[in-house]
Design a protein around this ligand. Sequence first.
Ligand code: HEC
Length: 98
Amino acid sequence: MKLRIPLAAAAALCLALVRPVLAQAPEDQLPAAPGKDVVLRVCTACHGADQFAYARLTPDEWENEVEKMQAAGAEMTSEEAAVIAAYLGKNLAKPPKP
Ligand code: HEC
């Protein structure tokens, strides 16, 4: 019976150690916001989210990038393309010039 608490503590410690690693799963590189699910579904078919998660572009540049990916073979409806461009332009925006 005395073993119960240390075992629970060990289990909790294991979870605490594993969680930071899980937090680095590719989908967590993108900020949570409307459209993220579409971005993940459409934009990680050929490369990982890390291909663009750290890019910072203006909304126009993101629109171009989405068109470029469509030309490369990315499959999406025009509705999805708009959702993706809006998500990227808003959440992975280039900081304004100083
Ligand atoms: C059909 C496959 C495919 C899909 C789907 C796809 N990409 Fe790409 N992506 C590529 C290829 C191929 C490259 C070029 C890789 C290289 O040159 O090393 C690339 C490169 C990129 C780059 C690096 C810059 C550049 O232009 O080369 C970014 C940013 C990018 N993709 C964003 C996206 C986004 C956003 C989406 C979702 C709209 C997306 N990709 C979906 C194939 C795809």
